[in-house]
Design a protein around this ligand. Sequence first.
Ligand SMILES: [Zn+2]
Length: 165
Amino acid sequence: MTEQASGQDKQCPYCAETIKAAAIRCRFCQSDLRASNREGTAAEGRSLGSPGPVRAGVVNARLNEQSANVVIGEFVLISVAIGLWAGSWLAGGGTLLALMCLMAIPALSRVLAVLLGIGWGAAGVAIGQFFGSTGASIVLGIIGLLGGIGGHLNAAQYVRDLGSE
Ligand SMILES: [Zn+2]
């Protein structure tokens, strides 16, 4: 960038080169500049194998989307379990709604991520003990704890991305 972008030029959001305002594809980095083309850009990011900051963000968003799908499935299971335990569909539905709302609030979603991570860690320890192995308990417990916290934080990020679009 040696001169300021005029009315006919704009800055590529991917490589910061100055390009024509009407361009739909950057002539420097070949990025697709049509807005809201998340799928296509993510596929390019993978095939080029050179994630710049923006591409990394897009790939992250897709990872977060997958985490969100897993977490929603987890929430449904937890809610069904609570509904069955309480003998009330209302309790199950309320639990599901409450969990979804918690995920949309940044501070509470972090608390929820840690709590559910501890839950997954405990599940890992229980599986290890089922097989009578202290080593497996420790390893599965740590994997459950870290994976649980990380997955829920990713999913919470996805929920916030949805809200900010
Ligand atoms: Zn570019």
